[in-house]
Design a protein. Sequence first.
Length: 221
Amino acid sequence: MPGSREIIQQIRKITEIMVGLSLCDHQNFPSLQHEPSGNQKIGIGAHLHSGSTLKNVSYDILYTELCKTQTYNIKMLDGALIQMLYHFRNDDLISHRLAFFPSPVLTEFQNNPEIYIMEEVYAEVIAKNVVPFPLRFDFDIKNSIDVQHPKSHLTLGQYMNCRIPVTAPLMPYHFIDFILRNFYNTAFIRYSDKIPQVEANLFTVTITNNEKELIYFNIPR
């Protein structure tokens, strides 16, 4: 399985690619902390946690706090924030949080409309029928419960009990491919094609037989 060094290298490479594609407005490179206990935490600069611990607050307050503290790896031109956080123990993955926070208000569009109007990729972003909502791919061994709390799962919006099973933990490349393919590709530009293909060294499948009886997301092998 991939260890902490391979994952942080992927996140660094992804950040460079996003800057090169001119999709990134601001970026914070990942940090790797080794603890005496044998844990390795991949955070964002000085931030080793998600920064999204605010409970029972509106999405715009959460988003504003993430922007204020710069608790994101990548801030897209449309204001969307991307987080990639991993936690290893003796180089075995025990948790990850891969999150996408679209901007709840397009103030940047109001200030610099030419950025969006000239780019087809943002046509849907400014459409009035588009409702921004966060999504998060989590992996959590400690708190997992068969079916109720799958080890690897997808949460949509801020619904506390939304945990859609996922077959395995995600590599950073998997996550960015998912974001670009579903939210930024256009009829003429396929940004997801710019992301390298994931090598054979992948995380172990963790979905249970019971969870396979439900609707679930499959991670390519």
